[in-house]
Design a protein around this ligand. Structure first.
Ligand SMILES: *Cc1c(COP(=O)(O)O)cnc(C)c1O
Length: 353
């Protein structure tokens, strides 16, 4: 059954107000959004309308009990000037994994993909073309029952909106190994992109900032001896410029699509990649021996976020200069190159809109 989407285009585009050379991440929104509501056990008709405020009751359960999930993905312009997406089906699948964990209904592939593509097509002029930029896409779903009481909601809204973003070459960051707070532990929802997982990370990162760090490295909840992830990125450690270590998907960390793309590219290039439990002591001894040649986080927003120093038990371990990082520089230019059709898409990751 083909779905039809109601389209209500804006009468006054805001695109002339956007300075595409200076976009602050996450603050500028394209002209339209896609919305579809879930009620009486099914998804209703989807609608594209001007980006704007939504009304809701103060009692909606997402605000009180946190049934809220999201995704993050990007659109680019290909060699032919048309919009294209990077592995969007992976975001769709992960969205439903998050929904399932939070007791929320799954969305159909048709609704997710058609809503997404229709929206990107309508707002295609918002895709920046300057080197390093992209249109960031935020799909999300939240519980809308007008009811105070802890139980799964019967009503939900699914919305997608977009933000043009410039190149996001963050300067290399200093991270602190967190040994007091825990992001997720066995049986919790670490693998879900659930709003609450980010709420609980605010205080620990504020405390790390006070100590002069940009971000924290989460460790496992039981022993605090194994590294998990950092902020909203998955972690990679490079030993002697050829052995790549990354924590295994143990249910506590997010199954990053950038992480998976990096692993596939690295293996194809002939690197040894080990996905396993990684103890912080092991990483620190590699750093002490001068063998930790690269270390970075991976995620949709930055692609690669280089780590310049790791703080552990009061000591900062400094990593090689950012420009000299063979692995992370290669990964960044390969992935961004594939996304913008400048590098061959040998894994068929690009989907035309
Ligand atoms: C989104 C996210 C990532 C990165 O996932 P990508 O699919 O690569 O963007 C990693 N960790 C956390 C906690 C995240 O929320």
């Amino acid at each position: 059954m083909a779905i039809s989407i109601k389209i209500n285009k804006t009468q006054s585009s805001r695109i002339h107000l956007c300075d595409f050379d200076n976009i602050e991440f996450g603050k500028i929104f394209s002209d339209h959004m896609f919305r579809v509501d879930y009620k009486d056990g099914e998804w209703q008709k989807g609608e594209i309308s001007p980006y704007g405020e939504i009304s809701m009751a103060p009692s909606i359960s997402a605000l009180h009990y946190g049934q809220a999930i999201f995704e993050g993905m990007k659109a680019f312009k290909g060699a032919d000037g048309n919009p294209q997406l990077f592995r969007p089906l992976e975001n769709f699948k992960r969205f439903n994994i998050s929904a399932q964990r939070m007791g929320m209904p799954s969305i159909t592939e048709e609704l997710f993909m058609n809503g997404l593509k229709e929206l990107i097509n309508i707002d295609r002029n918002w895709i920046p073309t300057k080197e390093g930029s992209a249109l960031y896409i935020r799909p999300f779903m939240f519980a809308t029952d007008d009811f105070v009481g802890v139980r799964p909601s019967s009503n939900y809204s699914f919305i997608i909106f977009c933000c043009p973003v410039n190149s996001y070459y963050p300067k290399p960051i200093k991270v602190k190994v967190e040994q007091k707070y825990v992001r997720a532990s066995e049986g919790m929802a670490g693998y879900a992109k659930a709003a609450g997982n980010y709420g609980i990370s605010m205080l620990p990162s504020m405390e790390a900032k006070k100590l002069g760090y940009d971000q924290i490295i989460w460790t496992d909840g039981r022993t605090h001896e194994h590294v998990e992830e950092s902020g909203t990125t998955n972690l990679f450690f490079v030993v002697d410029d050829n052995l790549i270590l990354t924590p295994a998907l143990d249910g506590n960390i997010l199954q990053g699509i950038t992480r998976d793309s990096c692993i596939k590219l690295l293996k194809k290039e002939g690197y040894t990649v080990e996905e396993r439990k990684i103890s912080i002591k092991e990483i620190i001894s590699f750093a002490k021996e001068g063998r930790l040649t690269d270390c970075f986080g991976t995620g949709t927003a930055a692609i690669i976020a280089k780590i310049e120093a790791i703080g552990y038990e009061g000591e900062d371990y400094i990593l090689p200069e950012a420009d000299k990082r063979k692995v992370s520089n290669w990964l960044y230019s390969t992935i961004y190159g594939i996304q913008t059709s400048k590098v061959e898409d040998s894994f068929s990751w690009i989907e035309k809109v």
